[in-house]
Write a protein that binds this ligand. Structure first.
Ligand SMILES: NC(=O)c1ccc[n+]([C@@H]2O[C@H](COP(=O)([O-])OP(=O)(O)OC[C@H]3O[C@@H](n4cnc5c(N)ncnc54)[C@H](O)[C@@H]3O)[C@@H](O)[C@H]2O)c1
Length: 256
């Protein structure tokens, strides 16, 4: 892919300290964007910014479940880069397979807060600037689990299903302001998160990864973070200027 699809644009990427968010931040910088690398793990965000070794990346220690923390990150992004064109909501937490009656209220609330409420909180701070610009692109990283349920993934499926319908609701609401809102549904992906869905020691987790996740992907391999980054680049850039409310499965066929 040639360079420069995001030249002159500024993107906020949440959860950019690891996995898909990190790959998105890297590709976006390569494509000319200024990038705010926002992650609960401030050290990881700073490591990613240092690896990118550019003055077009700035790290933020941000908790996407906290209104004040999101507000401060958005303010810092504007102070540094003057504008916000793209918001990628990638921060997320997994769920260990848990029968519904064993799931605690605290676990439920945490999963819904990080995976769903975060989209509300980031949107409420970023949308006013996008409205003023009459331009913007929001991409929510949901999951194939948001449309294809699995036993024991109750809260996670609910959080991602909500993220998908929220994407569509915002796409309609914000279309008059030329703000596009789309989602990506990754399938099982090779990131630190995937092992966290499973119980057991390292060998058991590796076995289960193959059995449960790999075997459920028709194309026969786990999704790489870079696969998600390419899709995010398309949706974030003007390549997709007439695409909104779309849910793009990047899942090796898992959702069929
Ligand atoms: N890995 C998979 O198999 C898979 C599949 C489908 C969807 N997803 C989704 O993709 C997204 C990225 O996941 P990943 O696989 O790259 O995971 P990852 O664990 O590598 O990265 C997630 C990042 O989110 C950050 N984070 C967690 N809570 C946060 C909070 N409150 N505030 C800010 N940052 C926070 C973590 O610190 C971490 O850096 C998530 O939304 C996840 O649900 C992952």
């Amino acid at each position: 892919m040639s360079n420069g699809y995001l030249q002159g644009k500024t993107a906020i990427v949440t959860g950019a300290g690891s996995g898909m968010g990190k790959a998105i931040a890297k590709l976006f910088v390569e494509q000319g964007a200024n990038v705010a690398i926002a992650d609960l793990n401030r050290e990881a965000a700073e490591r990613v910014a240092a690896e990118l070794s550019t003055n077009r990346a700035r790290a933020f220690g941000t908790d996407v479940t906290s209104d004040a923390s999101v507000a401060s990150m958005v303010k810092g992004t504007l102070e540094t880069f003057n504008r916000i064109d793209v918001l990628i909501n990638c921060a997320g937490v997994p769920q260990v397979f848990t029968p519904i009656e064993e799931l605690s209220e605290v676990q439920w609330d945490r999963i819904l807060a990080v995976n769903t409420k975060s989209i509300f909180l980031t949107a409420r701070h970023v949308v006013p600037f996008m409205k003023a610009q009459k331009n913007g692109s929001i991409v929510n990283i949901a999951s194939i689990a948001g449309i294809r349920a699995r036993p024991g993934l109750n809260a996670y499926c609910a959080s991602k299903g909500a993220a998908i319908i929220l994407t569509k609701a915002l796409a309609l609401e914000l279309a008059p302001y030329k703000i596009r809102v789309n989602a990506i549904n990754p399938g099982p992906a090779e990131t630190p998160m995937i092992g966290q869905f499973l119980k057991g020691n390292e060998t058991e987790v590796e076995e289960d990864k193959k059995k449960i996740f790999l075997n459920s992907v028709p194309l026969g391999s786990l999704i790489q973070p870079e696969d998600i980054a390419q899709a995010a680049l398309y949706l974030a850039s003007d390549l997709a200027k007439m695409v909104t409310g779309e849910i793009l499965n990047v899942d090796g066929g898992r959702g069929i």
